[in-house]
Design a protein around this ligand. Structure first.
Ligand code: SAM
Length: 320
């Protein structure tokens, strides 16, 4: 595995991995300004502005056009991705799920903008300085959560289930979990541990959504090209250095082997469905699959943590 990351490293929204959350929000701000129905995130621009990285603020507020820094594929990608997760949560609540966990929430504002049914509890898990910043900034803007929002300050490489449980999470009721834009920032073994834990904490009928792509060295070249472009505009941020590159288990197959029944759609398919073009896709996004699904009725025991449950073939089921 290749990374400059270290166990226990930390960040805020203007440093290290935190910058990726600010950049994701900046892209949502640009996408939201285009005024189509796929995305409307009114909190993205003010949140980015509050982080205070000048170039990102100018892009988020529209003072500077995206130009070659935030290409068409990135903007459309933010629309398609945001819509995918929005629909995932709306579908989950439509079938009666009232407990939601957004893993690595970053500057995601779903807890403030989606029409959650009464009684929905949304736990947002991220590093302490990230969740504290968002809570404080949105309160300062007068934003009110549209669900019962609970911020959980924890590291997803550590004992986050203890923090989630202390915050009031109930493993006995079905949960809708998302891990959006997260997996590549976790060491491969921490990704497996996290997906194991999600499985253990999921009552039957729980749902999960995330992205799935096989480990791929080519990603580094794309990330380096993106970093070089930002550097030319005076923003020195090494995208590849934030990731754990190299091989890892593919999330969809891993979850399927642990009792989740998933469906998936590739970015290529999503783009085609929305009429978007993948030209200028530096990061090879077309390979990524957005997957979501439901935990099968049987509850898996702890002893199945590192091996598939009885009856599940050694080769993971193909996700359809
Ligand atoms: C690319 S951002 C995505 C944020 C958000 N999900 C979105 O789509 O806008 C990655 C997020 O993962 C969080 N993250 C990465 N590693 C983490 C860890 N070990 N523990 C907690 N959060 C982590 C970062 O703080 C950041 O908010």
């Amino acid at each position: 595995m290749m990374t400059t990351r270290q166990d226990g490293d930390s960040w805020d929204l203007a440093s290290g991995v935190g910058v990726t959350a600010t950049m994701a929000a900046m892209t949502r701000a640009i996408a939201s300004r285009e005024g189509d129905a796929l995305i409307e995130d009114p909190f993205a621009a003010p949140l980015v502005e509050a982080v205070g990285i000048e170039l990102l603020t100018r892009l988020a507020t529209g003072e500077q056009p995206p130009g070659d820094l935030v290409g068409r594929a990135a903007i459309d990608g933010a629309k398609a991705r945001t819509r995918f997760y929005d629909e995932f949560f709306l579908d989950a609540t439509a079938v009666g799920i009232r407990q939601v966990v957004i893993l690595a929430a970053g500057l995601d504002s779903r807890a403030y903008r989606l029409p959650w049914p009464a009684g929905t509890v949304v736990y947002e898990v991220d590093r302490p300085r990230v969740v504290e910043f968002k809570t404080r900034t949105l309160a300062g803007l007068g934003a009110e959560p549209t669900a019962q929002r609970t911020a959980v300050a924890a590291d997803l490489r550590d004992d986050w289930p203890a923090a989630l449980s202390a915050a009031g999470f109930d493993p006995a009721v079905p949960t809708a979990w998302s891990a959006e834009g997260l997996l590549g920032y976790l060491p491969p073994e921490a990704q497996d541990r996290m997906l194991d834990t999600v499985t253990e904490l999921s009552a039957p009928g729980s749902r999960v959504a995330t992205e799935s792509r096989p480990g791929n060295e080519e990603v580094k070249e794309g990330l380096d090209r993106v970093s070089a472009r930002w550097r030319a505009h005076g923003f020195d941020f090494d995208h590849a250095a934030q990731r754990y590159l190299g091989q890892r288990n593919e999330a969809a197959a891993y979850l399927a082997a642990r009792g989740w029944v998933l469906t998936g759609v590739s970015v290529r398919e999503l783009f085609a469905a929305h009429g978007f073009s993948l030209d200028g896709d530096d990061l090879g996004m077309s390979e990524v699959r957005y997957v979501s699904g439901t935990k099968a009725a049987e509850v898996l025991s702890r002893s199945t943590r590192s091996s598939p449950p009885p009856g599940v073939p050694a080769r993971p089921r193909r996700v359809v």
